[in-house]
Design a protein around this ligand. Structure first.
Ligand code: IMP
Ligand code: MG
Length: 195
């Protein structure tokens, strides 16, 4: 029932949104409950691997902000949190292919065990950029956690240490993911259909 209520809310929100992201045939790809279960198992694995370490989590803005907030509250180890701001998309659904750094973490990265937290890995270009950045700042180790993995779209090899779901080659929104800044506030992850 909660899902039905959410879908009607989604229909209303989508009807109000007149951007190019407005698509009629949209469906739930993963529900809030499935997301929570996936986060539980990722958090267990992270706690196990970092229990004797001083972990620094770096969330990639803006898409990871909800995932990171839920993930850190499931960790029962000490963890510092900061963000890196990267953009590769313009105002539509196609990556520009050029990664721009617009926000740098303030936490000292030198000598630290860093876990990069992403919403979704698509081409892999943003992640490769972020890992390069963290290594250039002297990180002792850099691992990667991503809620979604759009494997079929990879342009460069990326190893995901903690992964939630394999995503289809469609455009996903909700739970932090946006289309032209819309839909980040949805509880479920929705796949946008064609017009
Ligand atoms: P990449 O550099 O091509 O791997 O793109 C990574 C970034 O693009 C992600 O962190 C997202 O912010 C964004 N992105 C890729 N696919 C999607 C999608 O389906 N929906 C929303 N954002 C996406
Ligand atoms: Mg992102």
């Amino acid at each position: 029932m909660a899902l039905d209520r959410h879908l009607s809310a989604l229909t209303i929100i989508m009807a109000k949104c007149m951007s190019t992201c407005n698509r009629k045939k949209s469906s739930v790809f993963v529900s809030a409950i499935e997301i929570e279960k996936a986060i539980d198992s990722m958090a267990d694995a992270i706690c196990n691997d970092y229990k004797n370490k001083k972990l620094v989590l770096i969330g990639v803005l803006k898409g990871s902000f909800i995932f990171l907030a839920d993930l850190v509250r499931k960790l029962d180890i000490d963890a510092e949190i900061d963000f890196i701001g990267l953009s590769s998309y313009g105002s539509d659904r196609v990556s520009s292919g050029t990664v721009t750094l617009y926000f740098e973490p303030r936490i000292e990265i030198m000598g630290r065990d860093v876990l990069l937290v992403e919403d979704i890995i698509d081409s892999g270009l943003s992640t490769t950029y972020a890992i390069g950045y963290l290594k250039s700042k002297g990180a002792k180790s850099v691992r990667l956690c991503s809620l979604l993995d759009k494997k079929s779209r990879r342009e460069t090899e990326v190893t995901i240490d903690y992964s939630g779901f394999t995503a289809p080659d469609g455009f996903l929104v909700g739970y932090g993911l946006d289309c032209d800044e819309h839909y980040r506030n949805l509880n479920n992850i929705i796949i946008l259909g064609e017009e």
